[in-house]
Design a protein around this ligand. Structure first.
Ligand SMILES: *Cc1c(COP(=O)(O)O)cnc(C)c1O
Ligand SMILES: [Zn+2]
Length: 408
């Protein structure tokens, strides 16, 4: 069912045979990428047959790494709607605006795609226990898929993650360690403890298959637009797995003969309180520098130094895209505008893209008639503490009746 051939390092090109358990490249520490026999796929797989497959991201199984169907751990992830948002478009001056609404995934975020793929591969390769450092949503998704696979999950997340993430992980039966620090501190703890305990570390990009799951966001977008790509894609970037994955999907689809050479402008959206990729882009640097004192309500964007920064920057630059940072106030305003005009209650990360779109339309980087797709990566319902603060002054009594009690 898969056209998988091997893995290779994104930095030094060292090849690694498939069928074994990997984290980073053992030669240089770079992230590994998965390769397929695209010539054979081109000859033997027709895109016209895709709609006959499952209504999940597993309809693209030939371009995913799992070799046995019984390894697949699925909760119905993917095939999220591409919602046309003309009322918001009219307000902002964009004639052809869509939101790819990832909030409909299991556990309410697109993290489900990556972790469905990673947990399926872990199961296929005989991994027994899983561990993850997470800013929140990856933890919830890992906990869910580990539960569905019957595997123990060990989770390390910052003490100030949204309450929903903590509660979900506990509900799914994961072992949760709250850390006084950032995702980078959680990552250090997992790296220290995983080897002795026999845990497999599914950290962003330290595990090669999460990218493959997230790349299906790019495949789906092309399928939903009739095998065309839009003029621009807004992506709220933390670790950047989604952008790296979609960029990879576009290259693979071109080699399959499904699309041509043209690419959307890839637009990285970050927040003023944590914008290492924006800074590197502005300085013309190939890599980012660790962002000190990262702080934002968009917890998924609180990644001070993405491991795949060089891949993100390469995709942005070769697509003719750009990088934009917005403030927490601007993104919450953007989220409320989207909710009020279109009935979509999105995560602060997705909301950041609305604020970024306003900026790029205003400064003329984007034109009115371009097809623009915004990725809303998660549900606003997972961030009630952040959005709730908007109404405390006016409706203090009601807010209190909401009874938000954080697990401390
Ligand atoms: C993790 C996360 C992001 C960032 O995703 P990357 O692909 O790692 O950049 C954005 N939004 C939400 C809601 C997230 O959970
Ligand atoms: Zn390498």
């Amino acid at each position: 069912m898969t056209f998988l051939t091997h893995l290779a390092c994104s930095k030094c090109n060292t090849a690694c045979p498939a069928g074994r358990i990997y984290n980073l490249c053992t030669a240089c520490g770079g992230p590994l990428l998965v390769h397929y026999d695209l010539a054979r796929a081109r000859a033997g797989w027709r895109r016209e047959t895709i709609p006959q497959g499952p209504g999940t991201m597993w309809r693209y199984a030939p371009l995913l790494p799992v070799s046995k169907p019984e390894s697949i751990v699925s909760l119905g992830e993917g095939m999220t709607p591409l919602v046309s948002t003309p009322r918001l478009g009219k307000k902002l001056g964009a004639d052809c605006l869509f939101v790819k609404d990832e909030s409909l995934n299991p556990t309410g975020t697109f993290k489900a795609r990556g972790l469905s793929c990673a947990v399926s591969m872990a199961k296929e390769l005989g991994v027994r226990e899983l561990a993850i450092p997470s800013a929140g949503n990856a933890a919830s998704a890992l906990a869910a898929y580990a539960a569905a696979a019957g595997m123990p999950a060990h989770i390390f997340m910052p003490r100030d993650v949204p309450a929903s993430n903590f509660i979900e992980c506990k509900m799914f039966g994961a072992e949760v360690t709250l850390v006084d620090g950032l995702i980078s501190d959680c990552a250090r703890l997992v790296a220290e403890r995983a080897p002795a305990n026999g845990w497999f570390d599914v950290s962003t990009l330290k595990e090669p298959y999460r990218i493959e799951g997230k790349k299906t966001m790019g495949l789906e977008l092309a399928e939903q637009l009739g095998w065309k790509l839009p003029g621009a894609i807004f992506y709220p970037t933390g670790g950047g797995v989604g952008i790296i994955g979609m960029w990879k999907a576009f290259q693979e689809m071109e080699q399959l003969g499904w699309i041509g050479k043209e690419r959307p402008k890839m637009i990285v959206v970050q927040v003023e309180g944590c914008q290492p990729v924006v800074r590197a882009f502005e300085q013309g640097a190939a890599q980012s520098e660790f962002w000190q004192n990262a702080a934002t309500v968009a917890s998924g964007l609180r990644v001070p130094k993405p491991l795949g920064d060089f891949l993100i920057l390469d995709a942005v630059r070769s697509s003719g895209g750009t990088c934009v940072a917005v403030s927490d106030q601007e993104l919450l305003d953007g989220g409320q505008l989207l909710a009020q005009t279109e009935g979509l209650f999105v995560a602060p990360e997705g909301a950041a893209c609305i604020a970024a779109l306003e900026k790029l339309l205003r400064n003329g980087f984007l034109k009115k008639d371009e097809t623009i797709v915004i990725y809303n990566t998660g549900s606003g319902l997972k961030y009630l503490e952040s959005y709730g603060t908007r109404f405390e002054v006016e409706d203090a009594a009601e807010a209190r009746m909401g009874g938000l009690v954080l697990p401390r």
